[in-house]
Design a protein around this ligand. Structure first.
Ligand code: CP
Length: 305
């Protein structure tokens, strides 16, 4: 059976833990393991802007002995020039796996349904599971075993990072709190799904309206831009609405001793996070950015082997 990584809960708790172990090993010896030797081709497609995702996949695939075939979504016009299904059938004859950043999750699902090779979500409107895998690796490095730790996300709780934290954190047995203004709550069904997973792992998943309550005692405090891709026209309104959820020294001070700060980047200092916090001693955002490469190498190794 072909496995895909389309959303965080595509991995069982045991699979997630094994992939995080592999990511840690690959970080120690980045050039020793060549599961893509051949080289096997991995198609890497972007319908939206990127820096970290493109660079980490390209470098990581090369380190695994493979060839990263980068395809500009603006040129390919997937779903416009030809159907997603036909694109998938063509790429599946060329590549050993497909990595795609696109819009609605249904586009990615259609690719996976027709490609005949593993498909990896490099960000959709709904989920960003490669990012949260790297985030879990970063938390393990700085705070140890994930089980029982509290992860708080501040900001747009309906956004892809919030939803991916709910699913991935619950899978890891963490206590996940997402907090944002009214009207920006996580999808009800998705929250319920995270709670069902958490019930099996000893974790929890909750929406906490008050940002101070959400941050209090947290081992990890994460945020993301208030203006997700595609929401640029709402920038003015959002800056005012989200201001109480800004990750500043006062909110960080509510966290546990030694709490760490995550931000998937790009960051907007003075908006969702202050310069004092992102450039301060509790911030681990550069480790987090580096771990994209290691975590993605691990998921590709697992899927292709
Ligand atoms: N965090 C992240 O996915 O970065 P890019 O949008 O630059 O790829």
């Amino acid at each position: 059976m072909i496995r895909h990584f389309l959303r965080d809960d595509d991995l069982t708790p045991a699979e997630q833990a094994a992939i995080l172990d592999l990511a840690a090993r690959l970080k120690q010896t980045p050039y020793d393991e060549k599961p893509l030797a051949g080289p096997k081709t991995i198609a890497v497609l972007f319908d939206k802007p990127t820096l970290r995702t493109q660079s980490s996949f390209v470098a990581g695939i090369a380190e695994l002995g493979g060839f990263p075939m980068v395809i500009d979504g603006n040129l390919a016009q997937i779903g416009v020039r030809e159907s997603i299904a036909d694109t998938a059938r063509v790429l599946g004859r060329t590549a050993s796996a497909i990595v795609w950043r696109t819009f609605d999750q249904s586009r990615l699902q259609e690719m996976a349904d027709n490609a005949g090779v593993p498909v990896v979500n490099a960000l959709t409107d709904q989920f960003h599971p490669c990012q949260t895998l790297a985030d879990l690796q970063t938390i393990r490095e700085h705070r140890g075993d994930l089980k029982g730790q509290t992860l708080t996300f501040l900001g747009d709780s309906a956004c892809n990072m919030s939803l991916s934290y709910l699913l991935s954190g619950a899978t890891a047995g963490m206590h996940v709190r997402v907090s944002g203004p009214a009207g920006y709550e996580p999808d009800t069904e998705l929250l319920k799904k995270a709670q069902q997973i958490a019930a099996t792992t000893g974790g929890s998943a909750d929406f906490v309206a008050d940002p101070v309550d959400a941050a209090t005692g947290a081992d990890v405090i994460a945020t993301d831009t208030w203006i997700s891709m595609g929401k640029e026209s709402e920038a003015g309104d959002r800056a005012e609405i989200f201001e109480p959820w800004q990750l500043n020294q006062s909110l960080l001070g509510k966290g546990a001793d030694g709490a760490i700060v995550l931000h998937c980047l790009p960051a907007y200092r003075g908006k969702e996070i202050t310069a004092e916090v992102i450039d301060g001693p509790q911030s681990v955002v550069w480790d987090e950015a580096e771990n994209r490469r290691h975590a993605q190498k691990a998921i590709l190794t697992w899927l292709v082997s």
